[in-house]
Structures are given as C-alpha cells and as structure tokens.
Ligand binder design. Structure first.
Ligand code: FES
Length: 115
C-alpha cells in the first residue's frame, strides 16, 4: 500500500516499512511496531512530543491531509505550524510539514518521516 521511510540521526540508517492495505494505524503505531525511536508521551494528541516532519513522496494529491483539532492546537502552540498553514491544509489541500505521529493516519501514499 505505502512505503513509509523513517529518517533520524538516532538511527544508523533510514528505514522504510511497508504499510499494508486497509491499515489505518497512526504513524506512531507503525513506528512502535518497527521499533523506530519516535518520542512520545500521551499518545493522545496533547503533549506534542511526537511531532515529526512528514514529506509526501508521491507525485499526486496528498491523501493524509486531515489534521485533528488537537493536532492543529498543539502544533500551533509549539510554533510548528502557523494559522496560515492550517488554513492552507483545510482550504487548499496543501499539507503542513509538521504533524503529530500519534494523530497522523497512514494512507495509501509514500511518505518520508523525519524525526
Ligand atoms: S504523543 Fe503526545 S501528542 Fe503525540
């Protein structure tokens, strides 16, 4: 379904994992399953510790666009996303660079996740 590549200075090399069709788990769940060192605390979109940079690699309309209300609030308070970027995501389908791994649902698209 989708190749999800995790990249981090904490890892010896980038790791690409395959998310299977019908999988609707979060990026954080996928990272935990593959023992990728994503920071997290609450797992509920409240603490902001799981913020990661997500780049869509597919050359088509991004699918994993939807930001939860918690994600918008926490990322905005952390200074990782502006109100304009939130509006761009909602109105123009332009994905913001920072996401919360515990809120981002993996879709059928290849992405690069930078920790
Ligand atoms: S783990 Fe707290 S916001 Fe994701």
């Amino acid at each position: 379904m989708a190749n999800i590549t995790f990249s981090s200075p904490k890892m010896k090399k980038d790791l690409t994992v395959y998310a299977t069709a019908g999988d609707t788990s979060t990026l954080l769940a996928l990272a935990k399953e593959h023992k990728i060192p994503v920071d997290f605390e609450c797992e509920n979109g409240e603490c902001g510790s799981c913020a990661v940079k997500v780049s869509i690699l597919a050359n088509k309309q991004p699918m994993g666009m939807h930001l939860t209300e918690k994600e918008k609030t926490v990322l905005n308070l952390a200074g990782k996303i502006t109100k304009d970027q939130i509006q761009d995501a909602e109105v123009n389908d332009i994905p913001p660079p920072w996401r919360l791994a515990c809120q981002f649902i993996v879709r059928n698209e290849d992405v690069l996740v930078s920790l």
